[in-house]
Structures are given as C-alpha cells and as structure tokens.
Design a binder for this molecule. Structure first.
Ligand SMILES: Cc1cc2nc3c(=O)[nH]c(=O)nc-3n(C[C@H](O)[C@H](O)[C@H](O)COP(=O)(O)OP(=O)(O)OC[C@H]3O[C@@H](n4cnc5c(N)ncnc54)[C@H](O)[C@@H]3O)c2cc1C
Length: 418
C-alpha cells in the first residue's frame, strides 16, 4: 500500500496552522495542513454565540490582511473564522479539512514520522503541532454529576436560552466568565459569580485601547516568568468594549463570591478572598494607568487626561459581608457554569517531548524531540503567543528553524555529488 509523504505536516488549521502555512509557503517548503473539522473551527462552534474578539480589528489580525469594516470594532466570532478562511485562500494554503490526526510516532531506524489519520497514513520529515492553546475544557472535580444540577463548561455554553430556568453560578471571572455572567444577568437571570485572582486592565485610557498601551509599553512581548504561566485576564470587547468592573456588575444585581472551594450536601463553600481578589485586580488596573501616564509624560504626547478613570466605586455588600457558603437549592441555582479554563491534550503526539505533567518540552516551539514543533502554546515565546497577532511571529520563528534544519538534511558533500 502506498503511503503519502510530505515534508512538513502541520496538525490543526486554526490561526496557528494558517500562519505556519504562510511562512512555510513563503520559504518554499512543501507542507500539508490537516484539520479535523473546518478552518478556525473553534471560533465557529466551540465558543458562545455572542462572542466578539477581545481586541479591536486593527490589532487582532495577521499583518497581511485587514478585517473589512471599522478597524476599531470588535469582530464577531463568525467573522473571525471567516477571516482565516479568506486568509488561507489568499495564501493558497494546502489545508485538508475533515481529517483527524490520531497518532504521530517517530519512525524506527530511519528519519521522520508516521502519522495515522482518519484518512490513512502520512509520513513526514517534520511535524508541527498547531492544535491550540485551549484544547480540553477543565472542570474541577467538586460537584458530583448526581447533585441534580446542570453543569457545563464555558466551551459548551452558547446562550442564556440553553440553560434551564433558575439562577446560575458562574465559576471563574476571567474574560469568558465575566462576559457570560454579564450576558446571563442581562437576560434576566439571577447570577452568582465566583471571582478568583485576576488582572483587570482598562479597556481604554486617554483615548487609546489597552492593546495599544500594552504594545507601546512592550508588554505583549513579555516573556513567561516562572510561576506566572497563566494569568486570568478579565477583559471584554462586548457591546463595543468596556472595562470589566465587578463592582458595577454587583450594583446591577450580580452577587459576587470568592474562589469556589468545595461542595457538600448541596452547599457550595467559597474562600474568604473576594475582597483581596478585587484589590489585586484594582492594583493591576491602576498600574496600567500609572505606566500609561508615565509614558505620556516621558514622550510629551498630547493624549487627553482622564482623572475619572481612577475612581473606583464603593464595595458592594457582597464584598464587605462575603458569602462563604451557599445552599444552592435555597438560592434557586439550577446551573453551574464552569469558566475554569482549558488544559493541553497531546494524546495523539506519541513522542518523547513531554514532562511528567504532560507539558511540552520546547524552546520557542522547537521541541526536545528533533523534527517536532509546537505552535500557539500559551506563553510559547511571550504573552502574545496564543493571540492572533502573536502566533504569526512565532510561526515565522518555527518556519525559519525548519528551513535551517532542512538545509542540513538536504546537504550532500561535493565529493559525493561528483
Ligand atoms: C473564549 C476565547 C476568546 C478568545 N478571544 C481572543 C481574541 O479576541 N483575540 C485573540 O487574539 N485571541 C483570542 N483567544 C485566544 C486564541 O486566539 C484562540 O484560542 C485561538 O482559537 C487559538 O488558535 P490556534 O490556531 O492556536 O488554536 P485553535 O483555534 O484551537 O486551532 C487548532 C485546530 O486544530 C484542530 N485539531 C485539534 N486536534 C487535531 C487533530 N488531532 N487532528 C487534526 N486537527 C486537529 C482543531 O479542530 C482546531 O481547528 C480567545 C480564546 C478563547 C477561549
């Protein structure tokens, strides 16, 4: 049986796979991208209906193509997916959709890799795992399925109408949790929001979006610091974009609680850390304003002052007198919505490039297993790595590395050639 051979096999056609294809194509490296579903599938079917990009269109994009329309708008998720389909077409990316890679193993006794796929075997000299920073939804094992509650992860949430009638406990107040909780409250639900430690940058300050501030302050390029691999960031582009303000949500009727800690006999326990978590978020918010002000002063920029941005509202009762335990049935809660993040899952990549916890071992995406690369990991090289614009630069680095390695593989001594 003949086996299809490719030089570079890219697994996954989200933004990372498309960016990888652009750089490999530009360097003239033959490659194939396999996608189990459709291009940018996660944006289409693994996010909630009303999601818009967290960054404005002028920023959250690849250098080679603008989003149509207002560059300051926050693009709806379907339009983000369409953008990558258009981009793939523009660069004539060799993407084969509807093909799942089920395993990749190193060949024995000869170079290269053997990929088993839903459409047969493919052999490749190099493999790029571009299967996303957010692969497997994580739900902490706190509440048994037998508790009589609807439980779902933010990745499975679509809209308020999907949930049974009743109040909702949203666990996690990063970008997903904060946005979903606000949407549920606007739909008339009673909402409890469990708020853990988080950063809470201002959406806009002195006439500029925070993505601009993080750019000029060179924070998108910050490299991962030990122990700071994951920071929950509460930011939203919904309704034209505004700063996430938990106190305002509480004033509008949401009940805030601390980190969700345990569950017993229908009663949920929360840590006494709500005030501290809000204070941490405030400190982060104010530090961005301080650094922005210093930048304006140092560079003599003419950006309008905005002293009201420093006004932080009074603590609501749920903060000054925190709820530490809650009988969910008594509170009318019928649904727990876990906005508790994602884990990596490289079960299909059966090579020796992971630590004991299953984390990829790599430097800037170049794995410890020669010939295998990662792309799109959180903090792969910097804060921006898992975001649309950041992955494009990481893809360039990975493509350059493949080009260099390929030159060694293709080299033959002149004498042998004679
Ligand atoms: C709710 C949410 C909102 C976000 N908003 C923004 C934002 O506004 N701006 C921004 O820049 N970033 C945002 N991000 C982060 C990031 O841009 C997205 O997560 C993006 O989808 C990551 O792109 P990717 O290509 O790395 O991975 P993915 O989009 O996850 O693409 C990986 C692809 O690989 C495919 N795949 C997986 N396994 C296999 C296999 N074994 N065989 C074949 N194919 C496979 C999947 O089907 C998928 O299409 C957001 C993330 C989330 C969760």
């Amino acid at each position: 049986m003949s086996v299809e051979k490719v030089e570079v096999l890219v697994v996954g056609a989200g933004q990372a796979g498309v960016a990888m294809s652009e750089h490999l194509g530009r360097a003239g490296v033959p490659h194939l991208v396999l996608e189990r579903a459709r291009i940018a599938e996660r944006w289409r079917t693994e996010r909630w209906d009303s999601l818009v990009a967290n960054g404005p269109a002028w920023h959250d994009r690849f250098p080679g193509l603008d989003f149509p329309g207002n560059p300051d708008a926050f693009v709806a998720k379907e339009a983000v997916a369409d953008y990558f389909v258009d981009y793939a077409e523009k660069i004539a990316a060799p993407i084969r959709c509807g093909v799942e890679v089920t395993s990749v193993r190193r060949n024995t006794g000869r170079p290269g890799f053997r990929a088993e796929t839903s459409a047969g075997v493919i052999e490749a000299d190099y493999v790029v795992a571009a299967t996303g920073p957010f692969q497997r939804p994580v739900i902490p094992a706190l509440v048994p399925e037998t508790a009589g509650l609807t439980q779902l992860h933010s990745a499975a949430y679509r809209n308020p109408g999907q949930l049974p009638p009743g109040a909702v406990l949203v666990v996690g107040a990063g970008s997903s949790g904060a946005q979903i909780a606000a949407e549920l409250m606007q739909a008339g639900r009673k909402v409890y929001l469990s708020v853990g430690p988080h950063d809470r940058p201002p959406r806009r300050y002195r006439g500029r979006d925070f993505v601009w501030w993080l750019g000029v302050l060179n924070k998108w390029d910050a490299e991962a610091m030990p122990g700071a691999e994951h920071t929950t960031i509460a930011v939203t582009g919904a309704e034209g974009g505004h700063t996430v303000d938990f106190r305002r949500l509480a004033a509008e009727g949401m009940t805030l609680v601390g980190r969700t800690e345990g569950f017993r006999d229908g009663v949920m326990a929360f840590a006494p850390d709500l005030a501290a978590n809000l204070a941490h978020g405030d400190a982060n918010y104010l530090s961005v304003l301080d650094e922005a002000d210093a930048y304006v002063a140092r560079n003599g920029l003419d950006l309008p002052e905005e002293p009201t941005a420093r006004i932080i509202g009074p603590d609501p009762a749920c903060v000054t007198d925190p709820i530490l335990s809650l009988d969910l049935a008594q509170a009318g809660i019928t649904t727990i919505l876990w906005a508790t993040g994602f884990a990596l899952d490289f079960g299909w990549l059966q090579i020796d490039a992971f630590d004991a916890q299953g984390r990829p071992q790599h430097k800037r995406g170049v794995s410890v297993e020669p010939g295998v690369y990662f792309l799109g990991l959180p903090w792969q090289t910097r804060r921006g790595s898992s975001f649309i614009w950041g992955v494009w630069y990481d893809a360039k680095y990975v493509a350059d590395h493949i080009v260099k390695q390929r030159a060694y593989t293709l080299y033959r001594p002149a004498t042998a050639a004679e």
